[in-house]
Structure formats: structure tokens, C-alpha cells
Design a protein around this ligand. Structure first.
Ligand SMILES: Nc1ncnc2c1ncn2[C@@H]1O[C@H](COP(=O)(O)OP(=O)(O)OP(=O)(O)O)[C@@H](O)[C@H]1O
Ligand SMILES: [Mg+2]
Length: 281
């Protein structure tokens, strides 16, 4: 569903992503961890076409994002869930979910917001998946923060995407609500075979909900493995990477897979990223 090879992205002379390789399969829930500024949102924005990478290979939901592609086509395959859910407060819950169908209806229908009966039925099914079928007719502004985020998930599901990208979807929720929102997101995407990449700041949630965890430090992938392998050494690599001397620019050959730990750990040959083959089991 997602294939990324040697992806690089800079903003002017700020090199943010240094050759990312990543694969996500259908139905897989990948949690991305990393310090603030590690490049998590930049990578997600590359995956949804909002950022243009400098170089590399990037296929998302069957679309080659390094080639010319239509935004409408991308929207049919890739949905986003945002931290602040971006719902229209004065609209009903169902109408907000139906906006997830706008990419699929014709331009006139989209402007006039005409939806087919099948779209309405789909919106209601999506609300059911997040436990909010009974709120379909309520005004969105009357919902709690956790419920609004679930509507955001239902809207993403209504796009019938192959991929959902979630950027800190539970950052503004209390722990109990956050868990319930992540559970809804994970269960729905698993059942529907949707590939998910979800940026989080909470290691506990990554362990609890991730099928796989990816750790970024200074724009490099320093961990890629099962949640159970997220041990002290892994966390050290993800969260205690020292700033690089002379800026963040680095060469691709600075970064190699450690042979003894293939598939899980990566060793950076620069002294700045504290990963060593000895740190992995
Ligand atoms: N639109 C932009 N223009 C210029 N620089 C940017 C832009 N967006 C991000 N950056 C820079 O790219 C780097 C990575 O930012 P990014 O937002 O991807 O980090 P993040 O891992 O998502 O952090 P956080 O956990 O705080 O959300 C930072 O140095 C940031 O200043
Ligand atoms: Mg971010």
C-alpha cells in the first residue's frame, strides 16, 4: 500500500528527511514515534502529496507521487485524520462524514452537496464503526472532543481509502478517551484492510496499538520493528539523538542496516545517532 525508498526532503537548506525507506501493508497499523522536529509530519505530508520530496521513490495507494498525479485521484485513495479533526461545527455529524464523499461525487453534486442514498448509507455505516450512529443528526458542536475525533475517523473511512494518515490524532485528548479513539481507528482499519500510519508522542500507545513501530530521529529511521522490541535502547535511539554538528545534512552512506539485526535495527555510522548493533537483541 505504501512503498518509500530513499526519500529525501529539505526546506531550503534544512535537510529534514535523509533517505527514508518504509513499507506499509494493507491492514497494517504503523505508529511513527520521534522527537518534535524529527520529521514525522513532513513524512506524512509527503505521503499525502502536500509536500514534494526532493528525490526518492514514493508510492501510496497505487499512486506514484513522484510523477504527475491528480489531487482528486489521490484523495480517493488517501485520507487524513488531523489532531484538531477539522470538522464543520455547525453541520450535523452525518454531513461532516459525508464530506468524505465529496472527492467521489461529480463537481456539481459536490458544490451543491448532493449525495446519493448509497453515500448516506455509507456515512451511517462509518458512524456505526466508531460507535456514533446514534449521533448522526446532532450538530457537531454538541459533541465531546473524543466524539469529534471519532467523527473525523468516520469521515476518513467514508472516503473508502486504501491508506489513512493520522498526525497526532489523540494529542488533545485525555488518556482514556485517547485509547478509545485509537481502538476505534485500529479496529476499523484492520477490518477494512486499510494501511495506517499514525504519528504519536506516547510510547505506551505505540506499544498497545501499533502492529509495527517506526522511530525517526533527525529525519532518519532509527527503529523499525515490533512494539515488543521497543526497549530502552530503541527509545534511546529515538529520543536521545544528539543534534548533528554542522547541521542536519548527512550522506546516504552514513546510514546502513546493521547486519546482525536485519529488519529491526539500523546503525547510523555518524556518531550523532546513538544506535549500536549491541543495543539490539
Ligand atoms: N513548511 C515548512 N517550512 C519550513 N520548514 C519546515 C516546514 N515544516 C516543517 N519544517 C521543519 O522541518 C523539520 C521537521 O518538522 P516536522 O513538522 O516534520 O517535525 P515533527 O516530527 O512532525 O515534529 P512534532 O512532533 O513537533 O510535530 C523542523 O525543523 C521544521 O522546522
Ligand atoms: Mg508533527
Amino acid at each position: 500500500m505504501i512503498t518509500i525508498r530513499n526519500l529525501r526532503k529539505s526546506y531550503r537548506n534544512n535537510h529534514v528527511l535523509h533517505g527514508i525507506d518504509m513499507d506499509v501493508k494493507a491492514g497494517e497499523f504503523v505508529v511513527m514515534l520521534g522527537l518534535s522536529g524529527a520529521g514525522k509530519s513532513t513524512l506524512l505530508r509527503c505521503m499525502n502529496g502536500l509536500n514534494t520530496p526532493d528525490s526518492g521513490t514514493l508510492h501510496v495507494g497505487g499512486i506514484d507521487l513522484m510523477q504527475k498525479h491528480s489531487r482528486r485521484e489521490l484523495a480517493r485513495h488517501v485520507a487524513m485524520v488531523f489532531q484538531h479533526h477539522n470538522l464543520v461545527q455547525r453541520l450535523s455529524v452525518r454531513k461532516n462524514v459525508l464530506t468524505g464523499r465529496l472527492g467521489q461525487v461529480g463537481t456539481l453534486a459536490s458544490v451543491l452537496q448532493w449525495f446519493r442514498q448509497s453515500d448516506v448509507a455509507l456515512a451511517d455505516q462509518c458512524l456505526e464503526r466508531v460507535g456514533l450512529a446514534h449521533k448522526a443528526h446532532e450538530r457537531t458542536q454538541a459533541l465531546s472532543g473524543g466524539q469529534m475525533q471519532r467523527v473525523g475517523i468516520a469521515r476518513a473511512l467514508a472516503q473508502q481509502p486504501q491508506v489513512i494518515l493520522a498526525d497526532e490524532p489523540v494529542a488533545s485528548l485525555d488518556p482514556k478517551t485517547a485509547r478509545s479513539v485509537l481502538q476505534y481507528l485500529r479496529d476499523a482499519t484492520r477490518e477494512l484492510g486499510i494501511a495506517v500510519v499514525c504519528n504519536l508522542h506516547q510510547v505506551d500507545y505505540a506499544r498497545e496499538f501499533g502492529d509495527r513501530v517506526v522511530g525517526l530521529a533527525q529525519g532518519r529511521m532509527v527503529f523499525n520493528g515490533a512494539p515488543d522490541d521497543l526497549d530502552e535502547a530503541a527509545l534511546e535511539a529515538i529520543y536521545h539523538a544528539a543534534p548533528q554538528a554542522g547541521g542536519s545534512a548527512a550522506r546516504s552512506h552514513d546510514f546502513e542496516e546493521a547486519p546482525a539485526t536485519k529488519g529491526r535495527w539500523f546503525a547510523a555510522n555518524t556518531s550523532s545517532v546513538a544506535v549500536s548493533a549491541g543495543g539490539a537483541r
